[in-house]
Design a protein around this ligand. Structure first.
Ligand code: DIG
Ligand code: MN
Ligand code: MN
Length: 395
């Protein structure tokens, strides 16, 4: 059964300039889960490229599993040639590449942090080959998600040893990219758990601290994912704000997640609409130019047509929320409330407080109208109500 796409051509129609991207593994997700076999046949990468281009996407990303590990050199060349031909025919780009360091049973105790030195070495070999492929396809961002870098029992390894192995691997790969003179930088992706009981460097904040211990921290940034920070009970837009503020938001994985559940990788905006709104507001107010990558997949209930509904809906919801942000930024009552708050903030937001002995003395001598400070509210209830009404479409 094939339903014709009835999506209208309107202000929310995705176009390449919106920088929406999908991994081959997202729309190609066959619907396998821990309790059931795949429900959809594999989608050939070239079909994915053509369909994403038809829907208005900018790019497609890949793990190194575009080329099966047992492919012969001639098969590898054919697969890459056909993939490149589809990219040329559609104009789709490959902004990001990454390595699958979690499916092969060899990685059952991790890849970069496996107790087995042979596995750590194999992980580097696999990643270097994937970096070469990514560079060949034009990728300038290389994502590292350490899905297996963790433990089920702390008896397994000293977490400090794991961090040393992790750091050595990332330092080695940075040196490899420098030696090859690739125009490429790394984006580290955090997740608190699943598939390991606990994953090392579990949140974006942990990853940010880790980056500053590396030999080439300028080459390494972050790839925060909505579901992963929410699994840790955190506000995703705060993680993204910290990455942005540090100049380390090199990439982003967009999806949706219900609180207190496994990593659902749901369609962007399909849950926690308010969180999605404030994320889009942050990215758009910052004029962030990066790729809006949807690391998510269709419900297991869906057929191939449902997969494309998922992809189109992901992009469309982002654009609808982008328009809601523009309405928020132009809403007179909301902006008046924010202007009142701005006057209380003193100067322009971001004006730095700097120390001087004179400034310290003046502060020490200052008297404060504490009764007023204790009495005055902030009108956040009104501000949030107006925000909710705007999201519900009544403003
Ligand atoms: C999981 O969120 C991971 C994998 O999907 C991939 O390695 C990475 C890139 O977006 N995210
Ligand atoms: Mn995820
Ligand atoms: Mn991800």
């Amino acid at each position: 059964m094939s339903r014709s796409r009835t999506a209208p051509q309107d202000a929310y129609t995705p176009r390449p300039e919106h920088h929406f991207t999908f991994g081959l593994w997202t729309v190609g997700n066959p619907g396998r889960d821990p309790f059931g076999e795949p429900v959809r046949p594999p989608l050939p990468p070239t079909r994915i490229v053509h369909k994403l281009a038809e829907l208005g996407a900018y790019g497609v990303n890949l793990h190194d599993d575009l080329v099966p590990p047992d492919a012969s050199p001639s098969e590898r060349d054919r697969i890459v040639r056909e993939f490149k031909a589809a990219l040329t025919a559609t104009g789709l780009r490959v902004p990001m590449a990454t390595t699958n360091l979690f499916s092969d049973p060899a990685f059952r105790d991790g890849a970069f942090t496996s107790h087995d030195a042979r596995v750590r070495a194999y992980a580097l070999q696999k990643t270097m080959a994937a970096i070469d492929l990514g560079a060949e396809l034009g990728a300038t961002t290389y994502v590292c998600w350490g899905g297996r870098e963790g433990v089920e029992t702390n008896a397994a390894k000293d977490p400090r040893a794991a961090l040393v192995w992790y750091r050595d691997a990332v330092n080695f790969l940075c040196e490899y990219v420098r030696a090859k003179r690739y125009d490429m930088r790394f984006a580290l992706e955090a997740k608190p758990n699943e598939p390991r009981g606990d994953i090392f460097l579990p949140t974006t904040g942990h990853m940010l601290a880790f980056i500053y211990t590396l030999d080439h921290p300028d080459m390494v940034g972050l790839n925060p994912e909505v579901a992963h920070e929410q699994m840790a009970g955190l506000d995703f837009s705060h993680a993204v704000a910290q990455a942005l503020e540090a100049g380390k938001l090199f990439h982003i994985d967009l999806n949706a997640q219900k609180a207190g559940r496994f990593d659902q990788d749901l369609r962007f905006g399909s849950d926690d609409l308010k969180g999605a709104f404030f994320l889009v507001k942050l990215l758009e107010d910052a004029r962030w130019p990066g790729m809006r990558h949807f690391d998510s997949h269709a419900y297991r209930t869906e057929d191939e047509e449902g997969v494309w509904d998922f992809a189109y809906g992901s992009m469309r919801t982002y654009l609808i929320l982008k328009e809601r942000v523009e309405r928020f930024n132009g809403d007179p009552e909301i902006q008046q409330l924010l202007a009142d708050l701005g006057r209380r903030a003193g100067g322009t937001i971001g004006e730095r407080l700097t120390f001087s002995a004179e400034r310290a003395r003046a502060l020490q001598a200052e008297t404060f109208d504490l009764p007023s400070m204790r009495r005055q509210g902030y009108a956040y209830e009104r501000l949030d109500q107006l925000t909710v009404e705007l999201l519900l479409g009544v403003r």
